[in-house]
Design a protein around this ligand. Sequence first.
Ligand code: 5AD
Length: 348
Amino acid sequence: MISTKLISILKKATLSKDEIVFLLSLSGKEEIEKLYSRADEVRKEFCGDEIHLRGIIEFSNHCEQDCLYCGLRISNLELPRYRMTSKEILKTVNCIVEANIRTIVLQSGEDFSYTKEYISDIIRNIKEKYDVAITLSLGERSFEEYIDWRNAGADRYLLKHEIANPRLYSAFHNKQKLGDRIHHLQLLKAAGYQVGSGNIIGLPGQTFVDIADDILLCKELDCDMASFSPFIPSNGTPFRKVEKADVELTVKTIAVARIVLKDVHIPATTALGSLVENGREKGLKTGANVVMPNFTPHPYRQNYKIYEGKICITDDPLASVGCLNLMIEGLGRKVSDGKGHSLKLFKN
Ligand code: 5AD
């Protein structure tokens, strides 16, 4: 049975926090299906049927931070660490371009051994050679670095706020504060980046109200991209025995985020694909419009171990992209041949 309350909420242009919490707490099968089909309609209206592939290079798993949930945390002494050189990174960029993917995501732990200049040179080298967009995901750095990298040609920056509850944020991040994180996201916007934020679903103590706040924070920050990915435990962390996230809650969050945020890019994350079979497909059917195939070369990729059981660890990246293409075709959607810039850039 579908309640009249649900029908009236799904017709609204703007949702209150209470209404978002109501949607996240839906439990009837029919009502959840209704939520998913509304999210898919909103996705179609604002993003069309194109799916954007972003080729990700996880170029260093060294991290200064000590986040309680993350396998890359500095205190995890079990993890073999690696750093890729600019030469190795550029070779990997070439593989991504050969797979016809036009966004390069450069991601690492917070590794300050890569200086402002070193990263700027990599960005310039990529931009001189290829017609691609560059997304950086390097954690919290200085405003000067953000400006320099933007001037070198970086287009986008991903910095998830992780959890919008300040008390839980402080409990999970030994050195960081939520206010600082938000400040960095504002600096990135001011520096002219297309900015991505988002949360982790299923962290201990997190409530539906917290998840509603996560979605609303992405709205308030006017994010161009927003990622809602499930918690999966990692060995070598204090959260190794915490239950993994609920699949349905993760997918509901993606759907509600699409309905609330409308014209943002939302990925069907690798973590969702690792949590459950066909996870990325589920995400794409319920609001997501982006997938991020992993191009980190062997032998490094097995050690970018944010959580256990990450998919495609042994695969050849080109084969993974081939599978993604087939999956996307199967959904009746289309892989974009553009760079997939912010959906907000072309609006007045
Ligand atoms: N499970 C799922 N996602 C995680 N991340 C970090 N640790 C985990 C985990 N255990 C996410 C964070 C970070 C991104 C690179 O990985 O959201 O921003």
